[in-house]
Design a protein around this ligand. Structure first.
Ligand SMILES: [Zn+2]
Length: 623
């Protein structure tokens, strides 16, 4: 996708002759109905305002004519004090003496503030018509004009994007005022009052993938000097893939609607900013290119980017980082204790529990990660040391604070979803941590590539370690917590991890292949429980997304890097399986230096004897 220049401020100037009378009347009805009668001040309005002020002791009501508002906009700070009010009145009278009414109105209509689109202020009615309805002023309908006129008083409060119900009420008031003054007929009134309130959407305002563009705008400032960006005629080539972006947007909306039907929220429909939210990031792991970014459900309602700005608890999607920190001393066959125990910290006690209580007491590391066993994962984190886990996670460039508490292993420290996805990229890219890039390159007017600031690409795991993590996360998808993926129609090999945080506040799935990585998050901004797990809420969205873009994943699995050895082991002991005698031997992959040397001592010839001795020991250990 090509992206031209930096939109900062846009102003589409319109002459008053281009503005239909009913649009002018809508603005007057909303702000200053007696504009053509008074002389810059409206005595009635001022009297009313002064009365209110005396009662409350502060300036409560505007009582401002259009001329006063314009004066305020141009010359004065917006502090609400009586002395400023006097200045404003004086300047308004001066202005009325110097200019004709229709000139003042024209300047006003081109100057006044109609709302905000992140860093961009919407000024002037021409810009407002485009922003709210995607059309020129002279194409506005009466109902649309009344909506736009009505929002001048408090643009963000009455915005049809942010507050549709308030915008409707305000629109009706403006239409009634127009009818009362004879500016519209009752037939026109009746038609307009029943019109649906349908803003065009920000995309009509010339922006696709709006969250991505916000991110890109910030990244440009990080990677290029401000002098470079100030030069004219730059062409910016982004990493966005519009097919992937559309697939991500559609998969998210479909998934969230499905969840809302299943778990309706009590106050749903009251405030659109409190709707169920979700976010998706799709990356190419080797390059770090961002192929799609959906920072929320509806950019019109909320520009907060839940991929790049939200700090959320990762829950179990954090676990692979714990296992990554253990790769120097543990192998997928290493045994972990999965027996619940109590941890004592600073006078408090903590009892991690597994989601299911019927789990085995001893498990291999592969089983622990695949089935997302909390007890065994905390056991592992405590064995390698929490400081080791924190230090390893820091090498993955997680910028949010990580508290070295045993619960860290279960993802209790908040992370930025973008940084989490980037960390997973290292598993998919031979241990190389990429830089999350939104742009390929920037060309100047002559087509020369402009040099950008240095970006770091770091080796955070050996290729062998990364391969083992991917291998274990593939088991998680095939037989562990992500096993529903098959039923959802994803049949090629995938590595992935589900996550569900305390009280079901967040649902996650991060899944990848050698070609593509996607992170899906679902939750409420205010932390209201969604009553659904990562597997039931986020996983189906991930499946819908990847099924819609078959051309972007080959279905191939990772090539085995040098130094990885396969060895048949006995999962009960984590040792080399006997040629005969171990009941469930499995092939396991190891780093060369970690291949088990000992042979199983539980089965075979000595097995029954050992088992007998152990049961004797257990007898004496009974309390
Ligand atoms: Zn055995």
């Amino acid at each position: 996708m090509r992206f031209f220049g930096l939109e900062r401020e846009q102003r589409k100037l319109v002459s008053i002759k281009q503005i239909p009378p009913f649009v002018v009347h809508a603005v007057l009805a909303a702000e200053d109905a007696r504009f053509f009668q008074h002389h810059g001040l409206d005595p009635k309005g001022i009297f009313r305002a002064l009365y209110t002020n005396l009662r409350y002791g502060t300036i409560r009501q505007g009582g401002s004519t259009i001329t006063q508002q314009l004066v305020k906009n141009y010359f004065l700070s917006s502090e609400r004090t009586f002395s400023r009010k006097i200045q404003e009145i004086f300047l308004a009278i001066t202005m009325e003496v110097l200019y004709e009414k229709k000139d003042i109105l024209e300047i006003y209509l081109n100057e006044i503030y109609f709302g905000q689109k992140d860093s961009i202020a919407i000024n002037g009615i021409g810009e407002a018509a485009l922003f709210y309805y995607g059309k020129e002023v002279h194409h506005l309908t009466l109902a649309e004009a009344a909506t736009i006129g009505g929002l001048i008083r408090a643009p963000n409060l009455y915005s049809p994007y942010i507050n549709p119900s308030r915008a409707m009420v305000r629109r009706s008031a403006v239409l009634q005022s127009m009818l009362r003054r004879g500016w519209i007929t009752s037939e026109e009134f009746n038609n307009a009052i029943t019109d649906p309130l349908e803003p065009a959407g920000y995309t009509a305002y010339g922006r696709k993938a709006p969250y991505f563009i916000d991110y890109l705008t910030k990244q440009l400032e990080t990677l290029y000097s401000s002098e470079t960006l100030a030069s004219l005629g730059l062409s910016i080539y982004t990493t966005l893939n519009s097919q992937v972006q559309i697939a991500a947007e559609q998969a998210l909306e479909k998934g969230l609607s499905r969840l809302e039907t299943r778990h309706p929220r009590a106050d749903d429909g009251v405030d659109p900013t409190q709707r169920l939210q979700g976010a998706i990031l799709v990356m190419q792991p080797k390059t770090g290119y961002i192929l799609a970014m959906v920072g929320g459900r509806n950019y019109n309602q909320s520009q907060f980017n839940r991929i790049a700005q939200a700090r959320r608890q990762p829950g179990s999607v954090f676990k692979p980082l714990v296992y990554a920190a253990a790769m120097k001393s543990f192998s997928p066959a290493s045994l972990l204790s999965n027996q619940p125990r109590t941890y004592h910290l600073d006078g408090k006690t903590w009892n991690p529990r597994n989601a299911q209580t019927d789990e085995k007491e001893i498990v291999t590391m592969r089983e622990a990660l695949a089935h997302s066993l909390n007890v065994a994962t905390v056991d592992l984190a405590m064995q390698i040391g929490l400081e080791t886990v924190v230090a390893k996670a820091k090498t993955f460039r997680l910028s949010t604070p990580l508290t070295p508490f045993p619960s860290l292993a279960l993802g209790s420290s908040e992370v930025l979803p973008l940084e989490l996805a980037r960390a997973y990229c290292a598993f998919a890219a031979d241990g190389l941590l990429p830089y999350p890039l939104s742009l390929h390159e920037v060309l100047d007017e002559e087509g020369n590539i402009l040099e950008r600031r240095h970006m770091t690409i770091e080796q955070v795991l050996s290729p062998g370690e990364a391969f083992l993590i991917s291998s274990m996360l593939r088991t998680a998808v095939e037989t562990g917590t992500g096993r529903d993926l098959k039923d959802l129609g994803v049949l090629f090999p995938v590595a992935g991890k589900t996550g569900t945080t305390n009280d079901f506040k967040d649902a996650w799935f991060v899944g990848y292949t050698p070609d593509i990585l996607a992170l899906v998050w679902v939750g409420y901004d205010d932390g209201t429980p969604i009553n659904a797990s990562g597997a039931s809420a986020a996983l189906p969205i991930w499946a819908d997304l990847v099924k819609a873009i078959p051309q972007y994943h080959s279905g191939q699995w990772f090539r085995r890097p040098p130094g990885i050895i396969t060895c048949r082991i006995c999962p009960e002991t984590g040792k080399k399986a006997l040629r005969f005698g171990c009941p469930n031997p499995v092939d396991e992959v190891f780093l060369e230096e970690m291949v088990p040397q000992e042979t199983c001592d539980r089965h075979g010839k000595f097995g029954p004897f050992n088992k007998f001795m152990e049961s004797i020991k257990d007898l004496f250990n009974e309390p």
